[in-house]
Write a protein that binds this ligand. Sequence first.
Ligand code: ADP
Ligand code: MG
Length: 455
Amino acid sequence: MQDDVWRAALGEIEVSLSRGNFVTWFKNTDLLKAENGIVVIGVTNVFIKQHLEKKYSELIVTTLQKQGIKVDKVEYKMMSAVSSRNDNNSLQPSIDTSEATDSFSQSSRPNANPNNFKQSLNERYTFDNFVVGASNELAFAACQAVAQHPGKKYNPLYLYGGVGIGKTHLIQAVGNAIQTRNPDAKVLYIATEQFVREFVQALRGRTAATFANNYRSADVLIVDDVQFLAGKDKIQEEFFHTFNTLHQADKQIIMSSDKPPRDIGMLEDRLKSRFAGGMSIDMQAPDFETRCAIIQTKAEGHQTDLEQDVVEYLSSTIQTNVRELEGALNQLLAWCDVRGLIPTVAIATSLLQVNKSRPKHLSAKQIIERTARHFQIPIEDIVGPKRDKDIVVPRQVAMYILHEELRLSYPKIARELGRKDHTTAMHSVRKIARESQVDASIRSAITEIKEYLYA
Ligand code: ADP
Ligand code: MG
């Protein structure tokens, strides 16, 4: 009975949240008790507990009430991970702030030469210079927990989210923190593209064993942008074995990606389930306040005191990508510096206007291809006759982006997507415009597609 109620409630909650948010916060929850107005919800870790308390209590209450449950008070209780997941990762019930334990025994690797392995980590990325806000606090806390207890807490740790929101910064900060505390630890950071390149070279040069040994002997392996494993069967096989070797030895694995494991197309199921077997965290683009704080911090780094209106202008103009935000700030500061001017909104506006002119080469074809790729459907389908929902929505999104970004006419948009009737294009554009107001998953799909196009 309780199970049914919760399943129904989750069904409702799922449609009101983005998929990423739903999965992160609700997927492994349970209704443990609902008696005399006291509702107890089981969660798998303290981050989720805090987040549900802070952000979703109201949603939970109203949804349960709709199911006919009396709710005066909601409590959250930690369940052991084992009861809600059937793998044996060591997800602990709470963050331990006690002294960090030293998980590497130095004698086990007498030949380790840490200096060989440090190069790939960029020391610029630390916890100290990372600005924490609502959008990234969970990721930040999990990364700190992993840095304190590598291999023991969340293994693997998997951060995912859009471009330029601080994933690389955070996962490298973990590596730097571990390396600082334990200079002998073999901390490897590698971008997936580089991993792939090295692997191909190793195969050619018949040094595959050396390649494998290098990664399999890591204490901490940090792999950035694992979505690029998609479609590369051989490297997936190799990575699977590396992953298992490390995981079985309780060595920490940290990954980042632009999407959750299950949404990476052409990735072996066994890897998907490994990737999702520890802690997956959906990172969002920073909100306005966080963006302001980031700008202030970075300006201070340049020994500049920016006026609040300039800070707010930049934060409201550049909304998703912190890298772009930083770029705009640097440009503004440099421009003012050489002219001996104090940065103002007027100067910032004129500088950003110049940046805003669209790249000249963006074509309708690129937009359609990128949209199809984003939704992982074949191009033939998006421009073809099919009318299944999972084809129609991407098609409508493509139409919307063509309209927004290229200002194409409706008849032209219709033609680009193989439609005869221009009213179809018009309705589609309006529908997506409307839905993107209320549906965070559509909104983030559009943002992501655009980010790729303009990257
Ligand atoms: P991603 O890997 O998600 O694409 P990055 O980690 O490369 O993004 O971040 C892009 C830039 O923005 C980096 O220079 C990073 O230091 C900076 N950045 C992102 N988020 C923050 C933050 N919360 N605080 C400080 N700097 C940030
Ligand atoms: Mg990155």
